[in-house]
Design a protein around this ligand. Structure first.
Ligand SMILES: NC(=O)c1ccc[n+]([C@@H]2O[C@H](COP(=O)([O-])OP(=O)(O)OC[C@H]3O[C@@H](n4cnc5c(N)ncnc54)[C@H](OP(=O)(O)O)[C@@H]3O)[C@@H](O)[C@H]2O)c1
Length: 255
Protein backbone atom coordinates (compact mmCIF):
# COMPACT_ATOMS: atom_id res chain seq x y z
CA UNK A 1 0.00 0.00 0.00
CA UNK A 2 1.14 3.57 -0.60
CA UNK A 3 0.51 5.55 2.61
CA UNK A 4 0.90 9.32 2.96
CA UNK A 5 1.75 10.38 6.52
CA UNK A 6 1.02 14.07 7.08
CA UNK A 7 3.26 15.47 9.80
CA UNK A 8 5.68 12.55 9.39
CA UNK A 9 8.52 14.41 11.14
CA UNK A 10 6.48 15.08 14.31
CA UNK A 11 6.17 13.13 17.56
CA UNK A 12 3.30 10.89 16.43
CA UNK A 13 3.93 11.12 12.67
CA UNK A 14 7.49 9.79 13.00
CA UNK A 15 6.27 6.74 14.96
CA UNK A 16 3.57 6.14 12.35
CA UNK A 17 6.03 6.57 9.46
CA UNK A 18 8.42 4.06 11.04
CA UNK A 19 5.65 1.47 11.42
CA UNK A 20 4.42 2.05 7.85
CA UNK A 21 7.94 1.34 6.54
CA UNK A 22 8.50 -1.66 8.86
CA UNK A 23 5.25 -3.26 7.64
CA UNK A 24 6.54 -3.05 4.08
CA UNK A 25 4.25 -0.29 2.83
CA UNK A 26 5.42 2.56 0.66
CA UNK A 27 5.72 5.76 2.72
CA UNK A 28 5.02 9.24 1.41
CA UNK A 29 6.45 11.52 4.09
CA UNK A 30 4.74 14.91 4.26
CA UNK A 31 5.85 18.01 6.18
CA UNK A 32 6.83 21.58 5.36
CA UNK A 33 10.49 20.69 5.92
CA UNK A 34 10.06 18.11 3.14
CA UNK A 35 8.51 20.67 0.77
CA UNK A 36 4.77 20.13 1.25
CA UNK A 37 2.59 22.69 3.03
CA UNK A 38 -0.84 21.23 3.80
CA UNK A 39 -2.12 24.62 5.01
CA UNK A 40 -1.49 26.37 1.68
CA UNK A 41 -1.93 23.14 -0.30
CA UNK A 42 1.45 23.56 -1.99
CA UNK A 43 2.83 20.18 -3.06
CA UNK A 44 -0.19 18.23 -1.79
CA UNK A 45 -1.49 16.97 -5.19
CA UNK A 46 1.95 15.55 -6.00
CA UNK A 47 2.25 13.95 -2.54
CA UNK A 48 -1.17 12.29 -2.93
CA UNK A 49 -0.59 11.00 -6.47
CA UNK A 50 -0.95 7.22 -6.33
CA UNK A 51 -1.52 7.15 -2.56
CA UNK A 52 -4.12 4.71 -1.20
CA UNK A 53 -4.48 6.18 2.28
CA UNK A 54 -3.50 9.35 4.16
CA UNK A 55 -2.93 9.62 7.91
CA UNK A 56 -3.22 13.16 9.32
CA UNK A 57 -0.79 13.70 12.22
CA UNK A 58 -0.45 17.45 11.63
CA UNK A 59 -0.13 19.87 14.50
CA UNK A 60 0.10 23.55 15.27
CA UNK A 61 0.11 24.65 18.90
CA UNK A 62 -1.97 27.73 19.61
CA UNK A 63 -4.22 28.63 22.53
CA UNK A 64 -6.22 30.97 20.27
CA UNK A 65 -9.50 29.39 19.12
CA UNK A 66 -9.39 31.54 15.98
CA UNK A 67 -5.88 30.47 14.97
CA UNK A 68 -6.36 26.81 15.86
CA UNK A 69 -9.72 26.62 14.06
CA UNK A 70 -8.29 28.30 10.98
CA UNK A 71 -5.27 25.95 10.90
CA UNK A 72 -7.10 22.66 11.58
CA UNK A 73 -10.09 23.67 9.44
CA UNK A 74 -8.03 24.67 6.45
CA UNK A 75 -5.56 21.75 6.57
CA UNK A 76 -8.35 19.15 6.89
CA UNK A 77 -10.37 20.70 4.03
CA UNK A 78 -7.26 20.73 1.84
CA UNK A 79 -6.65 17.06 2.67
CA UNK A 80 -10.26 16.10 1.86
CA UNK A 81 -10.25 18.05 -1.44
CA UNK A 82 -6.83 16.81 -2.59
CA UNK A 83 -7.68 13.22 -1.64
CA UNK A 84 -10.86 13.33 -3.75
CA UNK A 85 -8.96 14.67 -6.73
CA UNK A 86 -6.14 12.14 -6.41
CA UNK A 87 -8.38 9.14 -5.61
CA UNK A 88 -6.97 8.52 -2.12
CA UNK A 89 -9.55 6.08 -0.83
CA UNK A 90 -9.26 6.36 2.97
CA UNK A 91 -8.38 9.11 5.46
CA UNK A 92 -7.37 8.62 9.09
CA UNK A 93 -7.09 11.59 11.45
CA UNK A 94 -5.31 11.74 14.82
CA UNK A 95 -7.44 13.55 17.37
CA UNK A 96 -7.95 13.92 21.11
CA UNK A 97 -10.60 12.13 23.16
CA UNK A 98 -13.10 14.64 24.56
CA UNK A 99 -11.74 17.66 22.64
CA UNK A 100 -14.86 17.98 20.45
CA UNK A 101 -17.15 18.24 23.50
CA UNK A 102 -18.19 21.92 23.88
CA UNK A 103 -18.11 21.60 27.68
CA UNK A 104 -14.50 20.42 27.48
CA UNK A 105 -13.24 22.86 24.85
CA UNK A 106 -14.99 26.03 26.00
CA UNK A 107 -11.89 27.36 27.83
CA UNK A 108 -9.25 25.89 25.52
CA UNK A 109 -9.00 27.30 22.00
CA UNK A 110 -6.68 24.53 20.78
CA UNK A 111 -9.37 21.92 21.45
CA UNK A 112 -11.91 24.08 19.59
CA UNK A 113 -9.57 23.80 16.58
CA UNK A 114 -9.47 20.01 16.96
CA UNK A 115 -13.29 19.99 17.06
CA UNK A 116 -13.36 21.85 13.72
CA UNK A 117 -10.88 19.36 12.23
CA UNK A 118 -12.95 16.36 13.38
CA UNK A 119 -16.12 17.88 11.91
CA UNK A 120 -14.51 18.46 8.50
CA UNK A 121 -13.41 14.82 8.27
CA UNK A 122 -16.59 13.29 9.67
CA UNK A 123 -18.89 15.38 7.47
CA UNK A 124 -16.71 15.05 4.33
CA UNK A 125 -18.49 11.99 2.97
CA UNK A 126 -15.07 10.35 2.50
CA UNK A 127 -14.15 6.94 3.93
CA UNK A 128 -12.53 8.39 7.04
CA UNK A 129 -11.83 7.44 10.63
CA UNK A 130 -11.06 9.92 13.40
CA UNK A 131 -8.90 8.18 16.01
CA UNK A 132 -9.45 9.88 19.35
CA UNK A 133 -6.66 9.22 21.81
CA UNK A 134 -6.17 10.30 25.40
CA UNK A 135 -2.94 12.13 26.27
CA UNK A 136 0.23 10.19 25.50
CA UNK A 137 2.60 9.47 28.40
CA UNK A 138 5.01 12.08 26.97
CA UNK A 139 2.30 14.76 27.30
CA UNK A 140 3.33 15.22 30.95
CA UNK A 141 6.50 16.85 29.59
CA UNK A 142 4.42 19.34 27.59
CA UNK A 143 2.36 20.14 30.70
CA UNK A 144 5.48 20.62 32.80
CA UNK A 145 7.00 22.87 30.15
CA UNK A 146 3.95 25.13 30.50
CA UNK A 147 3.26 24.85 34.21
CA UNK A 148 6.59 24.63 36.02
CA UNK A 149 8.59 27.69 37.09
CA UNK A 150 11.61 27.21 39.37
CA UNK A 151 10.67 25.14 42.42
CA UNK A 152 6.91 25.24 41.73
CA UNK A 153 4.71 23.36 39.26
CA UNK A 154 1.06 24.42 39.14
CA UNK A 155 -0.55 21.97 36.75
CA UNK A 156 -4.09 22.19 35.40
CA UNK A 157 -6.47 19.99 37.37
CA UNK A 158 -6.84 17.41 34.63
CA UNK A 159 -8.26 13.94 35.01
CA UNK A 160 -6.51 11.77 32.46
CA UNK A 161 -5.96 8.18 31.31
CA UNK A 162 -2.54 8.48 29.63
CA UNK A 163 -1.70 6.02 26.88
CA UNK A 164 1.35 4.67 25.07
CA UNK A 165 2.05 6.74 21.92
CA UNK A 166 3.54 3.60 20.31
CA UNK A 167 0.20 1.78 20.71
CA UNK A 168 -1.69 4.74 19.31
CA UNK A 169 0.66 4.79 16.30
CA UNK A 170 -0.01 1.07 15.74
CA UNK A 171 -3.76 1.69 15.85
CA UNK A 172 -3.46 4.49 13.29
CA UNK A 173 -1.56 2.26 10.85
CA UNK A 174 -3.90 -0.70 11.44
CA UNK A 175 -6.92 1.55 10.78
CA UNK A 176 -5.30 3.01 7.66
CA UNK A 177 -4.63 -0.45 6.25
CA UNK A 178 -7.84 -2.27 7.26
CA UNK A 179 -10.41 0.45 7.97
CA UNK A 180 -12.36 0.86 11.19
CA UNK A 181 -12.85 -2.56 12.75
CA UNK A 182 -15.53 -1.05 14.98
CA UNK A 183 -18.73 0.85 14.17
CA UNK A 184 -18.80 4.38 12.77
CA UNK A 185 -16.35 7.10 11.85
CA UNK A 186 -14.59 7.44 15.21
CA UNK A 187 -12.42 5.16 17.30
CA UNK A 188 -11.26 5.86 20.85
CA UNK A 189 -8.17 4.64 22.68
CA UNK A 190 -7.04 5.28 26.28
CA UNK A 191 -4.57 3.92 28.77
CA UNK A 192 -5.48 1.57 31.65
CA UNK A 193 -5.15 3.96 34.62
CA UNK A 194 -7.10 7.11 35.45
CA UNK A 195 -5.72 9.87 37.68
CA UNK A 196 -4.85 13.54 37.92
CA UNK A 197 -1.99 14.95 35.85
CA UNK A 198 -0.27 16.11 39.06
CA UNK A 199 -0.26 12.54 40.41
CA UNK A 200 1.32 11.12 37.24
CA UNK A 201 3.92 13.93 37.34
CA UNK A 202 4.74 13.09 40.98
CA UNK A 203 5.18 9.41 40.05
CA UNK A 204 7.52 10.32 37.19
CA UNK A 205 9.51 12.67 39.45
CA UNK A 206 9.85 9.92 42.04
CA UNK A 207 10.98 7.41 39.40
CA UNK A 208 13.35 9.51 37.29
CA UNK A 209 14.05 12.72 39.26
CA UNK A 210 12.72 15.09 36.59
CA UNK A 211 10.02 15.66 33.99
CA UNK A 212 11.18 17.53 30.89
CA UNK A 213 14.39 18.40 32.78
CA UNK A 214 12.41 20.06 35.60
CA UNK A 215 12.53 18.97 39.24
CA UNK A 216 10.09 21.19 41.15
CA UNK A 217 9.93 20.79 44.93
CA UNK A 218 6.17 21.54 45.00
CA UNK A 219 3.64 20.09 42.56
CA UNK A 220 0.00 21.12 42.81
CA UNK A 221 -2.96 21.83 40.57
CA UNK A 222 -5.79 24.29 39.95
CA UNK A 223 -8.82 23.96 37.62
CA UNK A 224 -7.65 26.64 35.16
CA UNK A 225 -8.56 24.53 32.11
CA UNK A 226 -12.17 24.37 33.27
CA UNK A 227 -14.26 22.12 35.47
CA UNK A 228 -15.15 19.63 32.70
CA UNK A 229 -11.46 18.78 32.22
CA UNK A 230 -10.99 18.57 36.00
CA UNK A 231 -13.94 16.17 36.26
CA UNK A 232 -12.80 13.74 33.56
CA UNK A 233 -14.05 15.15 30.24
CA UNK A 234 -10.84 13.96 28.55
CA UNK A 235 -11.35 10.36 29.71
CA UNK A 236 -13.60 8.35 27.39
CA UNK A 237 -16.05 5.93 28.96
CA UNK A 238 -15.85 3.35 26.16
CA UNK A 239 -13.48 2.36 23.40
CA UNK A 240 -10.17 0.52 23.37
CA UNK A 241 -8.31 0.34 26.70
CA UNK A 242 -4.66 -0.35 25.92
CA UNK A 243 -2.95 -2.38 28.62
CA UNK A 244 0.48 -0.65 28.53
CA UNK A 245 0.80 0.88 32.00
CA UNK A 246 2.38 4.14 33.14
CA UNK A 247 4.70 2.02 35.29
CA UNK A 248 6.02 0.25 32.16
CA UNK A 249 6.60 3.66 30.55
CA UNK A 250 8.55 4.82 33.62
CA UNK A 251 10.66 1.65 33.48
CA UNK A 252 11.43 2.33 29.81
CA UNK A 253 12.67 5.81 30.78
CA UNK A 254 15.13 4.46 33.32
CA UNK A 255 16.54 1.81 30.95
N1 LIG B 1 0.25 15.02 22.62
C1 LIG B 1 -0.79 14.24 22.93
O1 LIG B 1 -0.86 13.69 24.03
C2 LIG B 1 -1.88 14.02 21.91
C3 LIG B 1 -2.93 13.16 22.24
C4 LIG B 1 -3.93 12.91 21.28
C5 LIG B 1 -3.87 13.52 20.03
N2 LIG B 1 -2.84 14.38 19.74
C6 LIG B 1 -2.82 14.98 18.38
O2 LIG B 1 -1.79 14.38 17.63
C7 LIG B 1 -1.47 15.23 16.52
C8 LIG B 1 0.03 15.20 16.26
O3 LIG B 1 0.69 15.80 17.38
P1 LIG B 1 2.28 15.76 17.53
O4 LIG B 1 2.59 16.16 18.91
O5 LIG B 1 2.82 14.48 16.98
O6 LIG B 1 2.69 16.96 16.54
P2 LIG B 1 4.13 17.62 16.34
O7 LIG B 1 5.19 16.83 17.01
O8 LIG B 1 3.99 19.07 16.69
O9 LIG B 1 4.35 17.46 14.76
C9 LIG B 1 3.60 18.20 13.84
C10 LIG B 1 3.97 17.74 12.44
O10 LIG B 1 3.16 18.46 11.49
C11 LIG B 1 3.99 19.03 10.48
N3 LIG B 1 3.28 20.22 10.00
C12 LIG B 1 2.80 21.25 10.72
N4 LIG B 1 2.17 22.14 9.93
C13 LIG B 1 2.29 21.65 8.65
C14 LIG B 1 1.85 22.11 7.39
N5 LIG B 1 1.21 23.28 7.23
N6 LIG B 1 2.10 21.36 6.31
C15 LIG B 1 2.79 20.18 6.42
N7 LIG B 1 3.23 19.70 7.59
C16 LIG B 1 2.98 20.42 8.70
C17 LIG B 1 5.31 19.30 11.21
O11 LIG B 1 6.43 19.38 10.34
P3 LIG B 1 6.96 20.79 9.73
O12 LIG B 1 7.05 21.74 10.89
O13 LIG B 1 8.25 20.47 9.06
O14 LIG B 1 5.91 21.20 8.76
C18 LIG B 1 5.42 18.01 12.05
O15 LIG B 1 5.88 16.95 11.24
C19 LIG B 1 -2.04 16.62 16.87
O16 LIG B 1 -3.10 16.92 16.01
C20 LIG B 1 -2.52 16.47 18.32
O17 LIG B 1 -3.69 17.21 18.56
C21 LIG B 1 -1.85 14.63 20.65
Amino acid sequence: MRIAVLGATGEMGSKVAQKVRRQGHELVSVSRSEGVDVYTGEGLPAAFAGADVAIDCLNMMSLSAKKASDYFGRTSRNVVDASQEAGVSRLVCMSIAGAADPEVNKMFGYYKGKAVQERVYIESGADCVVVRSTQWFQFLEVLMGMASVGPVALLPKMMMAPVSAERVASLLVETAVSGNQHEGKTLTIRGPETGYAADFVKRQLAATGNVAGKSPRWVGSAPYMGSAIARGGLVPSGGIVDETSFGEYLESLSR
